[in-house]
Design a protein around this ligand. Structure first.
Ligand SMILES: *Cc1c(COP(=O)(O)O)cnc(C)c1O
Length: 491
């Protein structure tokens, strides 16, 4: 109910205000009243429009240029998903509305979206059930590992350790540690995938499970996943699939079919919500049948009469891991995206993600050093060539020089298993023209490293601040030159 203050009359003890919708009178004590009007900047509409337009132009995003940030899937997300997520019937729903009586007719649509999304994600991953609650990929990992712990507790298993390959995403060991497990690292082979022999040496009855990022941070699909899952199961461990990079395999292959027990997906990467900037995400977690009882509460169920309801009576559940039902608008965007693309479209997502990465891999391997010279999935990793390193040009210089050429830098110095790593994820939404322009820029940087290496050492030259001292920039953050107030017309 909106409070509308219609008129205020200064009184002896304060102010009497009439709430127009109920005609009720509220007394505000004198000590709470201002003695002069609030100092609110008064601006014309034009000033405000210019201010925010200028701010938006300071931003670099996928909508302005190519953003090949490895492991982050900075792809273009169709605006229709934004549009539908902003429909008032969805956007104005309050999470405390009752499910049926009164507000029921208002919430049934949202519950249907959550319910059907569960079914769609089951189909895409081969899992038996999902929770939509986790608010990010890393949050999904934590949820998954808590489910793993609940399973072992229930069975009376004494498990202490989670195994994680050295090519995993950095959040994996952090999630396992926060859930209370020791982390043991499994080395990779020189081909960049998990060393199965190394796995056998660390495998014992204390192992609660394994977390596998697949495709891994080198963009490689692990060819031994079936054997790896069997090994983990042989000690009653659970196999966890970090599916943040699902755009590489969606529609093509399903973690549930490989033998994984738990999976998380980053809806904000693969399905129509941009990643990064600390914005809202969604990391739904799917599990195989024996783990469904441990999923967080609540779960959306469909009743016999066709209506939807939230079910809380789940005694084995790990409980709440987020308020309400997850980042609903992110889930809704993913729902729109999946229905819009359909099976054929999702297959093309995976095909184009892999094709684009391999196009770059093959075109750039003559002037950069490939981390592994085998076909990749959705991303490829290079290092500067020996010739570049001889002129003292490093991964950081390549990244900064790309800014002068109009591109967002790739991820650099990650994965840590590759020296001077430059990790490029072009994503499926970029055209051949854009990829070619990027490849030309990278080749130009390789040439400049030979002819005028000092130019690269000082890049970027085209931005308001050139090469910052990154430690100082983080420690003594000074945004004065970006001060929005300066962009406003002076009085
Ligand atoms: C991005 C990513 C994550 C973490 O996801 P957040 O939403 O940033 O927490 C985990 N694993 C992999 C492989 C990723 O690429």
């Amino acid at each position: 109910m909106k409070l509308i203050f219609e008129k205020s009359m200064p009184g002896r003890r304060g102010v009497q205000t009439t709430r127009s919708d109920v005609g009720e009178t509220i007394n505000i004590k004198k000590e709470f009243l201002r003695d002069k009007p609030a100092e609110i900047t008064e601006l014309s509409e034009l000033d405000v429009v210019r201010h925010f337009t200028q701010l938006s132009r300071l931003n670099f995003g996928v909508d302005t240029s190519f953003y090949p940030l490895g492991s982050c899937t900075m792809k273009y997300n169709p605006k229709v998903a934004e549009r539908i997520a902003s429909y008032p019937g969805f956007a104005h729903l309050h999470p405390l509305l009752p499910q049926l009586r009164g507000g029921g007719m208002l919430t049934q649509g949202a519950l249907a979206v959550l319910y059907e999304m569960d079914l769609l994600l089951r189909e895409i991953t081969g899992m038996a059930g999902f929770t939509m609650q986790p608010l990010a990929g890393a949050h999904g990992e934590l949820t998954g590992i808590m489910i793993m712990a609940a399973y072992h507790r229930d069975k009376g298993n004494k498990k202490t350790t989670v195994l994680i390959p050295d090519s995993a995403h950095g959040t994996n060991p952090a999630s396992a540690a926060i859930a209370g497990y020791k982390v043991a690292t499994v080395a990779s082979t020189d081909k960049g995938v998990m060393d199965v022999n190394a796995l056998k040496t660390v495998l014992n009855d204390e192992v609660a499970g394994l977390m596998l990022t697949c495709p891994n941070t080198l963009g490689l699909f692990d060819p031994n996943i079936k054997e790896i899952c069997d090994l983990i199961h042989s000690v009653d461990g659970l196999a966890y699939y970090d599916g943040a990079n699902l755009n590489a395999i969606t529609g093509k292959a399903r973690p549930g079919d490989f033998g994984f027990d738990i999976v998380h997906i980053n809806l904000h990467k693969t399905f129509a919500t941009p990643h990064g900037g600390g914005g809202p995400g969604a990391g739904p977690v799917g599990v195989m049948g024996k783990l469904v009882d441990y999923l967080p509460v609540s779960i959306v169920v469909k009743r016999d009469d066709g209506t939807y309801a939230l079910e809380y009576d789940r005694p084995k559940s790990i409980g709440y891991i987020a308020p309400f039902y997850g980042n609903f608008a992110v889930i809704l965007r993913a729902y729109v995206y999946i229905l819009m693309l359909g099976r054929e479209g999702l297959l093309r997502v995976a095909e184009n993600a892999v094709l684009n990465a391999n196009y770059i891999r093959v075109k750039l391997r003559e002037c950069f050093e490939s981390a592994v010279d085998t076909p990749c999935m959705h991303e490829c990793v290079f290092s500067p060539s020996k010739k570049m390193l001889e002129t003292d040009v490093h991964a950081i210089d390549v990244a900064k020089a790309l800014i002068d050429r109009g591109f967002h830098p790739p991820t650099v110095y990650f994965p840590t298993t590759v020296k001077e790593a430059i990790m490029i994820e072009p994503t499926e939404t970029e055209s051949k023209e854009t990829l070619d322009a990027f490849i030309e820029a990278m080749k130009d940087i390789a040439d400049t490293a030979q002819s005028e290496p000092e130019k690269l050492k000082n890049a970027p030259l085209s931005t308001p601040v050139c090469r910052p001292d990154e430690t100082a920039a983080a420690k003594n953050l000074d945004l004065a030159y970006l001060n929005p107030a300066r962009l406003l017309r002076e009085e």
